[in-house]
Each structure stands twice: as structure tokens, then as C-alpha cells.
Ligand binder design. Structure first.
Ligand code: NAI
Length: 460
């Protein structure tokens, strides 16, 4: 029987990154993953394939509409199989890259479903039978799975989750998206660009719950202008496919008929058949594994990180936690600054956020100052023909410390990095605007929004 310092269950971005960090610290490490490719939901059926489709569909849309920029492209046609093949190639290459990282760091791969079998023991149920390994510590990084509403009858790629919507065999004529969160808006954008009529049904009276509401409202207006239809305050109670068409039922209103449905109403912790009870690992009432600030579960030497412990379900948050958990375990120090975790929605334009929203600052009664700057007034955005959106910087009224930055606009997901660093280092809005930003770049919008906090924006 093999024995390891650390066995990681789950090979997503949280798990494999933690495994590498532990190996770097000189530990013997095994990683258990039921899929043959490492990378988890993020790489196989999440962040990466969706970004491949977002990039390709962006090109398609651009090619169809750039004659006013002096580039005449005739007969632009969609080759969906080629687009899907490109996406699969990107996923395959990155998965091969992770395989290489495992080898480089001498991490043992165990293929199969991992489950605890008491403390310090992990059983791996593989295709050819089960094996048990022992270890000093187990790190659970099993992620999450899509949540499904009662009344929804999943039906392959007719009524499916993001997994199916990343590989529709044809462009839906009418795609109904249930849920106006990250997944619904990103994949809704992909299929709208490729020609679908897209209707988003959202239970709340707003889109992008949790994000700064001013930015979310602006996002809604921009997406509507692009052709996405939103029906807010709309509680979906069921969906079924009758062999011809899909029917989505809504509380208090007529059903919607369409040819495909994407269910994107959130995700839930993946703890099925994990053997948590064999070791006595506790979960909360929503099923998330409970941990202390050092990712220790209710059982010594069993740690957990990522989506399975709750909080923002983001790959980069899981990575930070994986590293912090392992570093704390082996070096005594490891920490995640949860106030400096960016969130990015890769729509067009992108929406990016870090720190506190204006809504939260109001709720908490924090005295703040606010500066905004529109992309319309930025030379580079004009040159790109991408002028929708704005940057909003929120700083403390007396200390000027940056409390939150919220952006909707071109490359918002890249622009937010500076703001994450600013919050991490406790910067003031003055620190941002006294830092020289190259001209002409989109980053000048961040500088100008920081200037606007004290009423001194130059270009607006
Ligand atoms: P979400 O939590 O972002 O949004 C789900 C939406 O569904 C909410 O607005 C909710 O109000 C709505 N909803 C719930 N029940 C409903 C009903 N009965 N009828 C109508 N609407 C209903 O969840 P989503 O988009 O499924 O994403 C899951 C997770 O994956 C998120 O936590 C997100 O952070 C993560 N993710 C992150 C991405 C990124 O970083 N770019 C991309 C994709 C996913």
C-alpha cells in the first residue's frame, strides 16, 4: 500500500495547484481525479472552453461588422464544427500541460473516484477496481456541480447545463437561459453572437446578483442593445422537451417555447460519495464542507478548499486557497485576502469587480467617495471602437483608501488586476492616479476614475 504526505482529492485548479505547492515544499503527493484529464470543471467544461468560444464568436461578430472600420470581409460564414474543434484543441493542450507539471513535480496520479475511508485513508475506485492509499493529510478539492431546479427535466443538449451549452451541435434558433449570472450571460453572449435569439429569465429584479448594481444595470442596457432579451422577476418552475420543442414554465406567466434551454441557476458543492461520514467531516446545511480559517475541516488532517467550502465559486479563489492551505500546513503561514479576489464576467464588454460594491458600502454605513470615468472619453477605446461602459472607483471618505473598483468595458478583466494590487497593498485613490499610466491605453480609464474620486479627472 502506498503512503503519501498529502493526498489531494480533485484535480481542478484548486487541487492540482495545491499538489504542486506541496511538492515544491518537499512533500510526497498524490492527486486523485476521476477524469483522465486534470484541470477540473474550469479546464474541461468551464472557464477555458467558454473563453475559447467567447474569443471565436467575438471574431465572427467582428468580421461581420467591420466594414465601417475599412476592413471589408465578404461572405462571413460560421463553421461551427471548426469552432468547437478549436475549443477542444485548446482544452487538450492545456490538459497536456498540467500532465507535464505533475511529472515535473513528481506527483503521483491516481485515476478514479476518491473517497475517504476513515482518517488518513483514501480509496480510489477506478475502472479496474479499487485501491487504498494512506497519507498524513488529505486535501479535499472536489469542486461543485450545476444546481438544477425542481421541475426541470434535463434532456441532453435540448435542456442542459453549461456542459451541453459549450458544445451545441447547431446554433439554437431560440435559446432560453435560466439565470442571469456568470454562466448565463457568458454563454448567452456566445450563442447570440453566433445567431441565436437569446432570452434570459431571471428570478431577481436585476442581473449579476452580488455585483455592484450600478455596473450591473449598465451591463443590462448594453446587453439589451446587443439583442439579448431579459425578463426579470421571472421564477422558472419547470422545463421539458417534448421531442420537438422545449417549454419553459414560469410562475404567474405564460410558458416560453424555444428549441434549447441553458440552466444556469448556480452550482452546489460536490460531496457525493466522498466518504465524509467515515472520517466525521461536517458539512453545513447547504452541503458545503465547513472549515476553519486554515482550511481545516472538523477533522484534524483533513483539509478542504475551493467551491466545496463555499464562497465565490471561482477558479482563482480555489487556487489561492489551495496554496494557503498547503503553506499553512507545512510552513505555518498561509493566508487569502478575500477582499482582494477579483470577479470577471467575460461578456462583451467584460464586467470586472474587486472589493466592496457601492450597495454593500451603503448597507454597512461606510462613508465613501466615488469616481467614475466612461470608456467613451478614452482615446484607445475610441480607436478600438469599443466605447461602452465605465470604471467606478470607491474610496474611503476620510482615508481615501480604495474600497472597491467596478468596471464594465473592454478588457475589464485585465484592467482589474491593477485595482486588485491596489486593494492588496492598501492603496489610496491618490496612489493610483499619481502612478503614471501609459498613453494611449485603456488603463488610463482606471487612473481617471481614481482622479474623479477627488473631482480632478482631466478628460471628462
Ligand atoms: P450564478 O449564481 O452566477 O447565477 C445564477 C442566477 O440564477 C442568479 O441570478 C439567480 O437569481 C438565478 N435563478 C435562480 N433560480 C432561478 C429561477 N427559478 N428562475 C430564474 N432564475 C433563477 O450562477 P451561474 O451563472 O450558474 O454560475 C455558477 C458559478 O460558476 C458562479 O458562482 C460563478 O462564480 C461561477 N462561474 C464563474 C465564471 C467566471 O469567473 N467568469 C464563469 C462561469 C461560472
Amino acid at each position: 500500500m502506498s503512503h503519501f504526505d498529502l493526498v489531494v482529492i480533485g484535480g481542478g485548479p484548486g487541487g492540482y495547484v495545491a499538489a504542486i505547492r506541496a511538492a515544491q515544499l518537499g512533500k510526497t503527493v498524490a492527486i486523485v481525479e476521476s477524469e483522465s484529464a486534470l484541470g477540473g470543471t474550469c479546464l474541461r467544461v468551464g472557464c477555458i472552453p467558454s473563453k475559447a468560444l467567447l474569443e471565436s464568436s467575438h471574431l465572427f461578430e467582428q468580421a461581420s461588422h467591420i466594414s465601417q472600420r475599412g476592413v471589408v470581409v465578404e461572405n462571413v460564414k460560421l463553421d461551427l464544427p471548426a469552432m468547437l474543434k478549436h475549443k477542444e484543441g485548446v482544452v487538450r493542450q492545456l490538459a497536456t500541460g498540467i500532465d507535464g507539471l505533475m511529472k515535473k513535480n513528481k506527483i503521483t496520479r491516481l485515476l478514479g473516484h476518491g473517497r475517504l475511508n476513515g482518517v488518513g485513508k483514501v480509496v480510489v475506485d477506478g475502472k479496474d477496481g479499487s485501491q487504498e492509499v494512506t497519507c498524513e493529510t488529505v486535501l479535499i478539492a472536489t469542486g461543485s456541480v450545476p444546481a438544477i431546479l425542481p421541475g426541470i427535466e434535463l434532456s441532453g443538449d435540448r435542456i442542459g447545463t453549461s456542459t451541453e451549452a459549450l458544445a451545441f451541435p447547431e446554433v439554437p434558433k431560440h435559446l432560453v437561459v435560466i439565470g442571469a449570472g456568470y454562466i448565463g450571460l457568458e454563454l448567452g453572449t456566445v450563442w447570440r453572437r453566433l445567431g441565436s435569439k437569446v432570452t434570459v429569465l431571471e428570478y431577481l429584479d436585476r442581473i449579476l446578483p452580488g455585483m455592484d448594481s450600478e455596473i450591473a444595470n449598465e451591463a443590462k442596457k448594453i446587453f439589451e442593445k446587443q439583442g439579448i432579451e431579459f425578463r426579470l422577476g421571472c421564477k422558472v418552475t419547470g422545463a421539458k422537451f417534448d421531442g420537438q420543442q422545449c417549454q419553459v414554465t414560469i410562475d404567474g406567466s405564460d410558458p416560453v417555447v424555444c428549441d434549447r434551454v441553458l440552466v444556469a441557476v448556480g452550482r452546489k458543492p460536490n460531496t457525493q460519495n466522498l466518504g465524509l461520514d467515515t472520517a466525521g467531516v461536517q458539512v453545513d446545511k447547504r452541503g458545503f464542507i465547513t472549515v476553519d480559517p486554515h482550511y481545516q475541516t472538523s477533522v484534524a488532517k483533513v483539509l478542504a478548499i475551493g467551491d466545496v467550502i463555499g464562497g465565490a465559486m471561482l477558479a482563482h479563489k480555489a487556487e489561492e486557497e489551495g496554496i494557503a492551505a498547503v503553506e499553512h500546513l507545512y510552513t505555518g503561514y498561509g493566508h487569502v485576502n478575500y477582499n482582494a479576489i477579483p470577479g470577471v464576467v467575460y461578456t462583451d464588454p467584460e464586467v470586472a469587480t474587486v472589493g466592496k460594491s457601492e450597495d454593500v458600502l451603503k448597507d454597512e454605513g461606510v462613508a465613501y467617495k466615488k469616481g467614475t470615468f466612461p470608456f467613451m472619453a478614452n482615446g484607445r477605446a475610441k480607436a478600438m471602437g469599443s466605447v461602452d461602459g465605465k470604471v467606478k472607483v470607491l474610496a474611503h471618505a476620510t482615508t481615501d483608501r480604495v474600497l472597491g473598483v467596478h468596471i464594465i468595458g473592454p478588457h475589464a478583466g485585465d484592467l482589474i488586476a491593477e485595482c486588485v494590487a491596489a486593494i492588496s497593498f492598501g492603496a489610496s485613490s491618490e496612489d493610483i492616479y499619481r502612478t503614471c499610466h501609459a498613453h494611449p491605453t485603456l488603463s488610463e480609464t482606471v487612473k481617471e476614475a481614481a482622479m474623479a474620486v477627488s473631482g480632478r479627472a482631466i478628460h471628462f
